[in-house]
Design a protein around this ligand. Structure first.
Ligand code: GLV
Ligand code: MN
Ligand code: MN
Length: 414
């Protein structure tokens, strides 16, 4: 089998997909089920239709897209690969996209080499890996793995308060959410190619990372309610300013992570919405979202408790109400030895060094690991930058990652 990656076509596809965006280049914004996301999905399906391999496309009720290259034993469990194409506001071109277009190119390269899999190889494009629209990430893979039930999904509303069902209908998805969940024998294995989103590969000058575990994310929505009023007329002793309480709490979040004693604990407040948002009006309501992560579940949960306890203290002292709502609190995932071995062996076969590493970002693989032996392959991104417009992965690194992915898919699907 002589595997050759068509680097030129792959890179030009990444550029084209980046141009389907609601932000001005080089930034990419592609929120799930926005017109840009729907155009990107249509563009991708057209690429699958013109691929050298014969690919069958299916979409489920939450909009996950499955692109199947049938194996010689079509009823055997498939080998899955893939990632996401939705992008947070003001993002870069590579997060998720490398795993989707790299996965497609891996299948095309295998077909060109004359390889025929026994187990079907299935490219998966997950719906809403990013939490931007519905507040929780990995919507598609949570449902595929049964971590999010159809009833819980139906309760989700987007940032404009539109229920998920209505958003899905508007986007043209009408099937039953009950049918999204996959059985645990659907996949023999799942492997996701992704940019590292951190600086370690670059610092070690190693071009590939084989992931051994994925850190556990949790997020909290925090609603603060004080009392508003005239910024001139209400004197300071009478104030119950929701934003001042929020400011204290934001620093609690930062300090709780810093004080955990481990560099692996991170916490971020990335959303702060102030009502009514007028310069001469005391803030009466604030909505914060906090994101807390660690590779150690107990330590992560201790930080969550610290934030919740501090919130009650601030509420009493400032006489405002503070309500914390956990949106998700997921457990970390270990990658499966069978996938780690396939990826490591593929690197060795091509004479490539790799680093064994932890994924600090979360990925759809976190949830796929609940229903299939799962692993991930990382390529470097410049300075570790991600979730920003200057995110960059070189064509050589993208092609190298795609080659190792293709080799691993071949090994897993024989
Ligand atoms: C995924 O985008 C993450 O926030 O880790
Ligand atoms: Mn992302
Ligand atoms: Mn991603």
């Amino acid at each position: 089998m002589r595997l050759e990656i068509d680097k030129g076509r792959l890179v030009s596809e990444i550029e084209t997909l980046a141009s389907i965006s609601d932000a001005e280049a080089p930034a990419v914004t592609r929120i799930v089920f926005s017109p840009a996301d729907l155009r990107a999905r249509a563009w991708l399906k057209a690429r699958c239709a013109e691929a050298e391999a014969e690919l069958v496309v299916r979409e489920d009720a939450i909009g996950n897209t499955f692109v199947r290259w049938a194996g010689t034993d079509p009823s055997a469990p498939a080998v899955g690969t893939g990632s996401h194409i939705d992008a947070i506001p003001n993002a870069g071109k590579y997060d998720g996209v490398v795993g989707v277009l790299g996965g497609l190119e891996a299948i095309r390269a295998l077909e060109r080499s004359g390889f025929r899999p026994k187990h079907s190889i299935e490219l998966l494009v997950f719906t809403s890996e990013e939490p931007t629209r519905f507040g929780i990430g990995c919507l598609g893979s949570r449902m595929l793995s049964g971590v999010l039930s159809p009833d819980a999904a139906r309760k989700l509303k987007d940032s404009d308060d539109t229920p998920l069902d209505a958003v899905l209908e508007g986007a043209g998805f009408s099937g039953e959410l009950e049918r999204v969940r996959l059985s645990s024998d659907h996949y023999k294995a799942f492997v996701e190619l992704h940019i590292e989103q951190g600086p370690l590969l670059e610092q070690h000058q190693i071009r590939l990372g084989v992931v051994t575990s994925i850190a556990a994310p949790a997020s909290l929505r925090i609603l603060l309610e004080g009392s508003g009023g005239h910024a001139g007329a209400v004197l300071m002793p009478e104030r119950h300013d929701a934003l001042c309480a929020a400011a204290e709490l934001i620093l609690v979040v930062e300090n709780a992570a810093r004080a955990s004693g481990a560099p692996d604990t991170v916490a971020t407040v990335g959303i702060c919405e102030v009502f009514p948002g007028a310069v001469n009006s005391i803030p009466s309501r604030v909505r914060l979202s906090a994101d807390i992560r660690d590779v150690d579940l107990q330590r992560r949960d201790a930080v969550m408790r610290k934030i919740e306890d501090a919130a009650q203290g601030i509420a009493e002292r400032r006489r405002v109400s503070i309500r914390t709502e956990p949106l998700n609190a997921d457990a970390p995932a270990g990658c499966a030895p069978v996938v780690i071995d396939a990826l490591s062996e593929s690197c060795r076969k091509h004479g490539l060094k790799f680093l064994s590493m932890v994924s600090r970002a979360y990925h759809d693989s976190l949830f796929m690991s609940r229903i299939a032996p799962t692993g991930m392959l990382f390529i470097p991104c410049r300075k570790g930058y991600s979730h920003r417009p200057d995110e960059y992965a070189s064509p050589e690194d993208i092609a190298r990652g795609t080659l190792v992915l293709a080799e691993a898919l071949a090994a897993l699907s024989r």
